[in-house]
Ligand binder design. Structure first.
Ligand SMILES: NC(=O)N[C@@H](O)C(=O)O
Ligand code: NI
Length: 169
């Protein structure tokens, strides 16, 4: 029997050990543009160490279906990574704690439409996982310096036995 990970709602509190949730909830930090816009200010801690710099990318990812087979997680020791959906659908965010350099039990969150996330450096996570098309995201992460070994900022862990991310209940 494959180990099952039930989906839970994405909240800032639950995600806090792994990074930040970016969402326009509650009153804005600032009202700008002659009162026509609410600014939710400075929501993510962006990190690019080791000679890298912060950059903005677009990811167009194929949608996945539930139950979702999680066979690998990865992490980026030198930089943060933010996933900002450019679509109105729920999507999947998977993280695990680090247990002496090895991923622990995964946690799977259903991100609501309008919720983005920022992984702190070194956070074990599943790769970008939309649940509907278009799987279009802005991704703000570390751009490596020319000539850097791709392994410098990408560590992968393949599970001996995959996990199944399932609907709760
Ligand atoms: N490989 C890449 O740029 N994306 C991954 O880091 C990911 O988390 O999707
Ligand atoms: Ni990543």
């Amino acid at each position: 029997m494959t180990a099952r990970i039930p989906l839970t709602p994405l909240t800032a509190a639950a995600f806090a050990p792994f990074g930040e949730v970016l969402e326009a909830s509650g009153p804005p930090d600032r009202v700008i543009n002659q009162g026509n816009c609410g600014r939710f200010h400075d929501l993510a801690t962006l990190v690019a160490e080791g000679g890298g710099r912060i950059g903005v990318n677009l990811f167009d990812a194929l949608p996945r279906a539930l139950p979702y087979t999680l066979d690998m997680v990865e992490r980026h020791p030198l930089g943060s990574q933010a996933f900002l959906p450019m679509h109105p659908h729920p999507w999947l965010v998977i993280v695990t704690p680090d247990e002496g350099g090895i991923p622990g039990r995964p946690q799977a969150f259903r991100a609501a439409p309008g919720q983005g996330i920022n992984f702190a450096p070194g956070t074990w996570h599943g790769v970008l996982t939309p649940l509907a098309a278009p799987g279009l995201f802005a991704v703000v992460d570390r751009i490596a310096p020319d000539g850097e070994d791709p392994a410098a900022n990408l560590e992968e862990h393949w599970f001996e036995a995959p996990w199944q991310v399932v609907e709760p209940g």
